[in-house]
Design a protein around this ligand. Structure first.
Ligand code: GRF
Length: 189
């Protein structure tokens, strides 16, 4: 059984799709939800689905290995970042080599990096008058939004699109593709 921890900071709509996708799966278990915010919506989702959840302490997460030991004791095999806003510390990346993936709401390498998340990304894409946007699912390395790409999906941008309408299109792509891409990566490992 491959045990997966989902790291999130927000509503958790991606986490919810992933949880639903793997419900009843005999090879993959969503074993833990890890949040960087104590009032994040993703914690309510964890409760509704009886999945253990923890809220990180920022200093402990960024400056100690305490959480790495905790994840290893919990038998976590793989980490999925689904709207997790903190940079993953090098120690965690080294403890889970090629076993941490992230979803970014744009077509990396453009519109990525520190501060490029959520609405800021869609605003930048619209302001640049891009004709297309999309999602990038990638392995996590020591730099923000920089690791090897696993998958990209695309959507067109019209004259009428706003950052909010683009966010809707991107969320639809995320919810459609992220769970199955995770499954392919897990079963290929
Ligand atoms: C998504 O847009 C994802 O691409 C980004 O953070 C957002 C998370 O949204 N990394 P949610 O919390 O899953 O609704």
């Amino acid at each position: 059984m491959i045990k997966v921890a989902i790291f999130a900071s927000g509503k958790g709509s991606n986490a919810l799709q992933i949880i639903r996708h793997f419900e009843g799966n005999s090879a993959v278990k969503i074993a833990l939800i890890v949040s960087s915010k104590k009032d994040a919506g993703v914690l309510d989702i964890a409760k509704e689905h009886q999945i253990p959840a923890i809220t990180l302490d920022k200093n402990t997460f960024l400056s100690t290995n305490d959480y790495i030991e905790f994840l290893e004791i919990e038998g976590i095999d793989f980490i999925v970042l689904a709207g997790f806003l903190w940079k993953v510390p090098t120690g965690l990346i080294k403890a889970f080599p090629q076993k941490i993936i992230n979803i970014h709401p744009a077509l990396l390498p453009k519109y990525g990096g520190k501060g490029m998340y959520g609405h800021f990304v869609h605003e930048a894409v619209i302001n640049a008058k891009e004709k297309q946007s999309g999602i990038t699912i990638h392995y996590v390395d020591e730099l923000y939004d920089h690791g090897a790409h696993i998958f990209q999906a695309f959507c067109d941008i019209t004259e009428q699109d706003t950052p909010d309408s683009l966010a809707e299109k991107i969320h639809t792509l995320e919810h459609t593709h992220f769970p199955s891409v995770i499954e392919k990566v897990l079963l290929a490992n």
